[in-house]
Design a protein around this ligand. Structure first.
Ligand SMILES: NC(=O)c1ccc[n+]([C@@H]2O[C@H](COP(=O)([O-])OP(=O)(O)OC[C@H]3O[C@@H](n4cnc5c(N)ncnc54)[C@H](OP(=O)(O)O)[C@@H]3O)[C@@H](O)[C@H]2O)c1
Length: 336
């Protein structure tokens, strides 16, 4: 088991591979109101000086959180269910150490929720993390959720994180909103949950999520949005802005899709102007530049990628003109 001092050494090694870029601080496009500088342990860890990750405001409360977080399906969940979960320790450590806070998970992501909760407790990070999880016990085909089962699933999340209050619970994949959002709303009213929301990453469900956004007092939605997957910007993101609902961006790399499109091509020169020196930062800045977006949550199983990703929240975001050029660059790539 790594203690806090040991993982600081590990993240120091990872940070040598991916330094965060300097913070230019100019012309922030997405409503930033400050920067974060990690959990205040950089000096003691020997990690190179860290620039601040842009903070975004949660519309319903005014609370600020770093614009880049961590997702936990995909490769993260593969590691979580393996025997050696060292990489998860390193990734969670790097998240906090390099200025991130929000961790997006779900009971549906295999062992991710449980392993992250255990490791955060072991390395003393439970209170540093903004815990964003989900609930869904409705059938895959969109059936009804059993209320007792949904409550039991939520109670397991409390146990796994070892907290009395969960920051955000979202109804996963639009599962039975009346039952499950109703339960989360009750918990929010009781103060056991700070924020409530609902997610979809299916364009076919965008009309449904917009209906829910208009009907329930949501704090957040979670939707897919990426430089080559921009449909959410047509109506969903503008509606979130109009209604004052925060947005978590999912699949900013399209999981493996964008990586296979990019191959070994160099990062386009235009990205240098807004400090995106890696493709990950290019894609994260594209998503984070949308003014509706509160936090982008790429998944990773590698500390150096976590640090790379947090760099996507540092410095200015691309302008409208630069965003159009980014789209043109990506449209010229081969299909996945
Ligand atoms: N309906 C929903 O509620 C829903 C649906 C989808 C996603 N989500 C949430 O959104 C999160 C993100 O979406 P996603 O996991 O589908 O995909 P994603 O974040 O778009 O992509 C993850 C992939 O990118 C790689 N990667 C990450 N950072 C990298 C870097 N800096 N350089 C190179 N490769 C990098 C990861 O591999 P490595 O491990 O090698 O870094 C992994 O293969 C999920 O984990 C989940 O928390 C929610």
């Amino acid at each position: 088991m790594l203690d806090r001092r040991e993982w600081l050494k590990v993240t120091a090694a990872a940070s040598a591979a991916f330094a965060l870029p300097g913070c230019s601080g100019a012309g922030e496009a997405g409503g930033a109101a400050g920067t974060a500088s990690g959990a205040g342990t950089a000096a003691s860890s020997g990690v190179a000086e860290m620039a601040g990750v842009t903070l975004r405001t949660i519309p319903s409360s005014g609370e600020q959180i770093p614009v880049i977080g961590l997702g936990s399906s995909a490769t993260f969940s593969q590691v979580a269910r393996s025997e050696d979960v060292t990489a998860i320790r390193e990734v969670l450590g790097a998240l906090v150490e390099h200025g991130g806070r929000l961790f997006d998970t779900a009971p549906g992501y295999g062992a991710s929720e449980e392993v992250a909760g255990q490791i955060a407790a072991e390395i003393g990070l439970t209170d540093e993390i903004f815990w964003a999880t989900k609930v869904n016990v409705a059938g895959r085909g969109g059936g009804a959720a059993d209320a007792a089962e949904a409550r039991a699933q939520i109670e397991r999340s409390f146990e796994r994180f070892g907290v009395d209050q969960i920051d955000l619970i979202q109804v996963h994949n639009m599962g039975d909103p009346p039952t499950q959002l109703g339960i989360v709303q009750e918990l929010r009213d009781e103060g056991r949950v700070r924020y409530m929301g609902i997610t979809t990453t299916s364009e076919q469900r965008y009309p449904d999520i917009m209906e829910v956004m208009r009907t329930y007092p949501l704090d957040f939605i979670g939707v897919d949005y990426a430089v080559d997957n921009r449909s959410a910007a047509d109506e969903v993101l503008p509606l979130a802005q109009e209604l004052g609902i925060g947005v978590l961006v999912y699949a900013p790399f399209g999981r493996s899709r964008m990586w296979s499109r990019i191959g070994d091509r160099p990062v386009p020169d235009l990205a240098q102007d807004f400090g995106a020196d890696t493709w990950a930062r290019f894609m994260l800045k594209f998503a984070a530049a949308h003014p509706a977006v509160t936090c982008v949550t790429p998944a990773t199983s590698r500390a150096e990628h976590m640090i790379d990703n947090l760099g996507g929240g540092v410095g200015r975001m691309p302008t409208e003109d630069e965003l159009a050029q980014m789209v043109a660059v990506v449209e010229a790539l081969p299909e996945a």
